[in-house]
Design a protein around this ligand. Sequence first.
Ligand SMILES: *[C@@H]1O[C@H](CO)[C@@H](O)[C@H](O)[C@H]1NC(C)=O
Ligand SMILES: *[C@@H]1O[C@H](CO)[C@@H](O)[C@H](O)[C@H]1NC(C)=O
Ligand SMILES: *[C@@H]1O[C@H](CO)[C@@H](O)[C@H](O)[C@H]1NC(C)=O
Ligand SMILES: *[C@@H]1O[C@H](CO)[C@@H](O)[C@H](O)[C@H]1NC(C)=O
Ligand SMILES: *[C@@H]1O[C@H](CO)[C@@H](O)[C@H](O)[C@H]1NC(C)=O
Ligand SMILES: *[C@@H]1O[C@H](CO)[C@@H](O)[C@H](O)[C@H]1NC(C)=O
Ligand SMILES: *[C@@H]1O[C@H](CO)[C@@H](O)[C@H](O)[C@H]1NC(C)=O
Ligand SMILES: *[C@@H]1O[C@H](CO)[C@@H](O)[C@H](O)[C@H]1NC(C)=O
Length: 299
Amino acid sequence: MLHFIVFFLFIVIFNNVYFVVGWDPSNFTFNPGQDYELVFQDDFENVGPVKAFINGKPAYAPNPKNWAPIVGMHIDGGLQNFTNSIFNAYVQDGKFTLVALKEGLTSGMYASKNLQEFTFGIWAAKIQLPYGKGIWPAWWLLGNADKYKLKWPTCGENDILEMVGGNNVSVNLTDQYAHGTVHWNNQSNTMKPVFNKQIHQQWKTPDDSMLHNHSLVYWTEWTPEQITIGVNEFIYSRINTTNLPESINPVWAFSGKWPFYMIINIGIGGEWPGPPDNTTVWPQLMVTDWIRVYQKKTE
Ligand SMILES: *[C@@H]1O[C@H](CO)[C@@H](O)[C@H](O)[C@H]1NC(C)=O
Ligand SMILES: *[C@@H]1O[C@H](CO)[C@@H](O)[C@H](O)[C@H]1NC(C)=O
Ligand SMILES: *[C@@H]1O[C@H](CO)[C@@H](O)[C@H](O)[C@H]1NC(C)=O
Ligand SMILES: *[C@@H]1O[C@H](CO)[C@@H](O)[C@H](O)[C@H]1NC(C)=O
Ligand SMILES: *[C@@H]1O[C@H](CO)[C@@H](O)[C@H](O)[C@H]1NC(C)=O
Ligand SMILES: *[C@@H]1O[C@H](CO)[C@@H](O)[C@H](O)[C@H]1NC(C)=O
Ligand SMILES: *[C@@H]1O[C@H](CO)[C@@H](O)[C@H](O)[C@H]1NC(C)=O
Ligand SMILES: *[C@@H]1O[C@H](CO)[C@@H](O)[C@H](O)[C@H]1NC(C)=O
């Protein structure tokens, strides 16, 4: 169970319109509860040599013990060029900043594959997101099933947070919505056949502000039976992974046979958000205060 410091939302009913007044996430404290202990944290302290001066201050690469860049064009179908440039990803003032730049549509994607991987637990990151048309930030987990030679989607994927920036209100692809999605292969433990199944849920800020306007904790809890996804004190997705629809159960991806690693990135363009346009403000920053993983105490 997750226990949170209680926050009060004052719901005012006025002419059949619900206004949520007083949503102030600025003092939210994430508390995973007594059953859990911290097993990983990155508070983005300065490690290694100064790589550049950004905004007049020294900038450092993210800790190579935890993170490695994923470099290349059009990964995940986006228009962006993910680089290992310090100008697309740097640590400064205790924060990890990813930068999407208009020039060359360069951006950053960092993963903890073979560095920091865990089986079951709670993953949480406090992030201030970028915003705008064509901007597609993500904080997600991918199963590392290399030892069984299994790839996506059989390895399993937990998209804790995706935001599909812009203003396509008809499909909730706006700066107000966080999307959480879990993917698996319904044939469970094989690369042949592969059927990508997914469950997608979404969450909107209570006061209709942009996610970008707050630094929020985007988290997931993965247990042998359930995956839960939430933002701060709100839970917006909970699935039973032993009983997935149209699938051979239990689905291997979520049964703990292999660990999951973390990925954080800003995509640009691609099928879901569409390309940036002349409303997109550049550069766009994704600023992470900390990333933590907790696991159940063992005694
Ligand atoms: C948030 O915390 C700060 C510093 O502790 C305090 O000054 C402020 O009043 C708090 N705000 C709310 C809404 O509780
Ligand atoms: C991607 O960015 C890197 C680093 O700036 C650059 O060297 C490379 O040429 C770019 N690739 C393309 C296809 O633009
Ligand atoms: C909104 O998204 C839908 C589904 O992706 C797409 O068909 C439509 O063209 C989009 N509308 C705008 C204005 O981008
Ligand atoms: C958009 O989100 C609302 C909840 O905020 C939900 O009721 C609605 O079904 C969603 N629409 C689409 C197209 O997903
Ligand atoms: C939200 O962020 C935008 C862009 O940074 C800013 O212009 C706007 O003032 C912010 N709104 C609030 C309520 O903080
Ligand atoms: C998940 O589904 C299984 C099989 O239907 C059921 O026995 C179990 O109680 C469910 N677990 C939770 C946490 O709902
Ligand atoms: C997996 O999905 C495919 C395509 O939707 C379907 O034909 C197949 O029956 C599903 N497998 C199971 C075990 O339900
Ligand atoms: C932005 O693009 C739209 C349509 O592509 C165009 O009508 C509009 O004039 C452009 N605005 C600016 C400020 O360039």
